[in-house]
Design a protein around this ligand. Structure first.
Ligand code: C5P
Length: 225
């Protein structure tokens, strides 16, 4: 089965208060994206990587990423929103297969999670990694708020994984502001999505504290190696 990983990394990362986008911040001498790309290359020797980058990073992408040129890695332009960035990436898909859509800033994705998503997508057409909320959750409604059962609240992660015949037609829809991930796009196209167990360590670098946690985790992993 043909495999593609569309790694979206075209955001500007405003919440990080950093001059360079968070996906290019270096950890132990390598950009965050380097680790993310390696995770997918390691998972499947035949996978094709479609890297969605800001326009100004395109020309020197391999150099900036500290990666030697690799014909299995294709680079394309980001769009105005995550939906448009994914849409651009999907245009490079030419064969039927399984597609992982992954946040470039989730550099700790494990080989187990990638394989769990792959196997579930083969079985049911989609695999959306999710973890149960640890915090108490309240829904705000004007000046009041109400508590809901946190065991029913799922925090959604990536790689969101699909068969091409489900994902590609869904991305032909017009953009809607409710499209915060691929699962919401596929559902709006009338298809069911299937959750799989995600990982609490599969952190999305969003704020400076996330980077500190990831640096510490890399240190621990090195100690174990
Ligand atoms: O903004 P958010 O943290 O949800 O971004 C998740 C991922 O989507 C990041 O890896 C970011 O670079 C990517 N993204 C993108 N194009 C956009 C917005 C976000 O590729 N226009």
């Amino acid at each position: 089965m043909k495999k593609y990983a569309v790694i979206v990394a075209a955001g500007s990362g405003q919440r990080m208060n950093s001059k360079i986008p968070k996906q290019f911040i270096q950890i132990k001498g390598k950009p965050v994206l380097w680790y993310t790309i390696q995770a997918f290359l390691y998972a499947f020797p035949d996978i094709e990587i479609i890297l969605v980058l800001p326009e100004e990073y395109q020309a020197n992408a391999f150099k900036l990423l500290h990666i030697p040129f690799n014909p299995r890695i294709h680079v394309t332009n980001g769009g105005a929103t995550r939906f448009h960035s994914v849409q651009n990436g999907l245009r490079l898909i030419q064969e039927h297969g399984v597609v992982f859509i992954h946040d470039g800033v989730r550099c700790l994705v494990s080989n187990e999670l990638i394989n769990r998503c792959y196997n579930q997508a083969l079985k049911s057409g989609s695999a959306i990694p999710a973890v149960t909320a640890n915090d108490s959750i309240r829904i705000q409604d004007g000046n009041t708020s109400r508590s809901i059962n946190r065991n029913n609240v799922k925090i959604i992660q990536t790689p969101q994984t699909f068969l091409t015949e489900i994902l590609l037609p869904a991305f032909e829809q017009d953009y809607d502001t409710s499209f915060t991930d691929e699962a919401s796009v596929v559902e709006a196209a009338g298809k069911k999505v299937h959750l799989v167990e995600g990982e609490y360590s599969n952190i999305k670098i969003t704020q400076p504290v996330d980077l500190l946690i990831i640096e510490k985790m890399f240190e621990e992993m090195e100690l174990e190696a």
